[in-house]
Design a protein around this ligand. Structure first.
Ligand code: OXD
Ligand code: MN
Length: 594
């Protein structure tokens, strides 16, 4: 008799009509065969195997280079359950619309069945999914980003539970593209795209949108956070989970190499993950985290030996590059790489001949790599990766760090007074737009806990969940906020950033172990300017003073925007957050009067 999984696969095959069905076993032979077929059909370009062993290049369709948030929907029976920050469609309408596009979409293609585990296979932290796809590129990426194959199938058969993930490239037509989440059915349907964030369904779709819904029901956290271990001079490791909106350097922070003066002291970083954290309360009453992924799907432009030397090492082999520039020697390049733009030119991400300095008809520079070009590489290749990645219970979290890009308002670092205040700090997170994002430059976008595009249910309920979780913990992590992007009157960054950010984390962890002092301010606890180690840095103490300034007038202005944002959630916004709002207002007004 067919299992529920087999029945489901058959049903989807009846809808999409593939020529063949292949069940992925995750083996090396399967990988080699898929790579060969991809190269034959032009889906992958084999790169220089001497210089970049095991590496390939893929080009997406030109209109398919990023996550399409306006085509991404949460499909709950009631609109209110998706909340005011998500696009919503009723399940009936969503299934009907997508079914029309999926119908016959795999004709002439093979349907690959990918059983995958987010988290170590068999860990109580982990969740199993099965993705059906007509894209070999998806299979090859999924085998880097997740644990796939026969072991997972065995585990799945124990409980029969899994997230049903259906993907088809169909015609790669943006007008027939939908990324649909059905949290109540534990189902994801993605059609009409071939871009990673839309189609590697274990990542944003399962590990954040569906998992956030499951974690709310089951009492854990699915968060858009990096996880890193900081080993101090005594050899003791404390772990930090940190959430930042995009373009704030999350991946770089997760694997930073300590600056010389801190390295000399004995500091070392261990990378657990750069994008997603699943956190649970263990029997010791502490919060423990796993990274459900096994790979990085990172942005290429700007990655170099200065911004991220560990990533430069990681992506030298077994890496799939997407939408970067192809050089004549079959290596790759992107804007902000270590090497200068190749004088001999190359083939750009759209497959066209390219030369440095090229401009378009309006005089704008033509980039060789797409600004959102990517690499997919195994975490195990990262020099700072930790063997604890495979630990079924994860790592204990001492501090949660939120951050954003604020040129003026937020100080370099501050600590929340307590968990409830920390939830307010996370819920009011915001970042200023950079040239890399569509919209007005400098405009502030609210992005609570960096989850705005990823929370699979009503965010008002999500905030409540954060508040409730504290009651279940014996020793909740301390919560902090950081801002690496403050500028002086001339618009120059006051803080050097990158590896030097460890100096701030040193204070954060010293606060967690009661080794550092703090001063109270209206927005939270601040370090004294002398508490941040600036040895070996070409920076004056007066800069640190400036970086730690809190301007009550500016913060009172900020409160107006927070009020409008909170207002969107109506009755679903927990009263505790309004309480925090009013307390902050009171403290700021007092400071302004003083
Ligand atoms: C990502 C994102 O790609 O957050 O990780 O957009
Ligand atoms: Mn992300």
């Amino acid at each position: 008799m067919a299992t529920p999984l087999e029945k489901w696969v058959e049903e989807q095959a009846r809808l999409t009509k593939p020529d063949k069905i292949h069940w992925c076993d995750g083996s090396e032979e399967e990988k080699l065969k898929l790579e060969r077929e991809c190269v034959e059909e032009g889906e992958l370009i084999e790169l220089n195997q001497e210089k970049l062993p095991g590496c390939f290049l893929h080009r997406t369709a030109i209109n398919d280079v990023a996550r399409t948030e306006h085509l991404t929907f949460i499909c709950t029976k009631k609109k209110k359950d998706a909340g005011p920050t998500n696009n919503w469609m009723s399940p009936r309408e969503a299934y009907a619309k997508a079914r029309a596009i999926f119908s016959g979409s795999m004709k002439g293609r093979t349907m690959y069945v990918i059983p995958f585990s987010m988290g170590p296979v068999g860990s109580p932290f982990s969740k199993i999914g099965v993705e059906l796809t007509d894209s070999r590129y998806v299979v090859l990426n999924m085998r880097i980003m997740t644990r796939i194959g026969s072991d997972v199938l065995k585990e799945l058969n124990k409980t029969g539970e899994f997230t049903r993930c259906l993907h088809s490239k169909a015609d790669l037509d943006i007008n027939k593209r939908l990324i649909l989440h059905f949290p109540e059915d534990n189902t994801i349907w993605s059609v009409g795209s071939g871009y990673g964030g839309n189609v590697l369904l274990g990542k944003k779709c399962l590990s954040l949108r569906i998992a956030s819904f499951l974690s709310y029901k089951e009492g854990w956290f699915a968060e858009h956070m990096l996880i890193m271990g900081v080993e101090d001079p005594s050899g003791h490791i404390e772990y930090i989970a940190a959430a930042f909106p995009s373009a704030c350097g999350k991946t770089n922070l997760a694997m930073l190499r300590p600056p010389d003066s801190l390295k000399k002291k004995g500091y070392r970083i261990w990378t657990v993950g750069d994008d997603i954290a699943w956190m649970r309360i263990d029997s010791d009453g502490k919060l423990w985290a796993i990274n459900p992924e096994t790979g990085f799907f990172g942005v290429a432009p700007g990655t170099n030996s200065n911004t991220n030397p560990n990533m430069v090492e990681t992506i030298k082999k077994n890496t799939i590059y997407t939408n970067v520039l192809l050089r004549p020697d079959r290596t790759v390049w992107w804007e902000g790489a270590d090497q200068a733009p190749p004088a001999e030119g190359g083939i750009d991400w759209q497959g066209r001949p390219w030369k440095p300095g090229m401009t378009d008809e309006t005089g704008k520079p033509v980039p060789g790599a797409n600004p959102n070009s990517r690499f997919t590489a195994p975490i195990s290749q990262c020099p700072s990766s930790t063997f604890r990645l495979d630990h079924h219970h994860g790592v204990p979290i001492s501090a949660i760090v939120f951050g954003g890009r604020r040129t003026h308002l937020a100080p370099l670092v501050y600590e929340a007074f307590d968990w409830q205040h920390g939830v307010f700090v996370g819920a009011t997170m915001a970042s200023e737009r950079t040239a890399a994002q569509v919209g007005k430059l400098g405009e502030v976008r609210r992005d609570p806990m960096a989850m705005l595009p990823f929370c699979g249910y009503n965010m008002g309920k999500y905030f409540k969940h954060w508040l409730t979780m504290c009651k279940k913990m014996k020793k909740p992590p301390k919560i902090f906020n950081v801002n690496w992007f403050r500028v002086d009157d001339k618009g120059k960054f006051l803080w050097p950033g990158y590896r030097e950010n460890l100096r701030v984390l040193e204070w954060v962890l010293d606060r967690c172990s009661n080794k550092a002092e703090a001063v109270k301010s209206p927005i939270g606890y601040l370090p004294k300017d002398t508490d941040i180690d600036i040895s070996g840095l070409n920076i004056q103490r007066s800069h640190i003073k400036k970086l730690l300034e809190v301007d009550a007038g500016q913060w009172l202005e900020e409160l107006k925007d927070i009020k409008t944002f909170f207002g969107r959630f109506k009755d679903d916004l927990p009263k505790e957050l309004w309480q925090e709002y009013r307390s902050l207002e009171r403290r700021l007004k007092k400071k302004k009067r003083a």
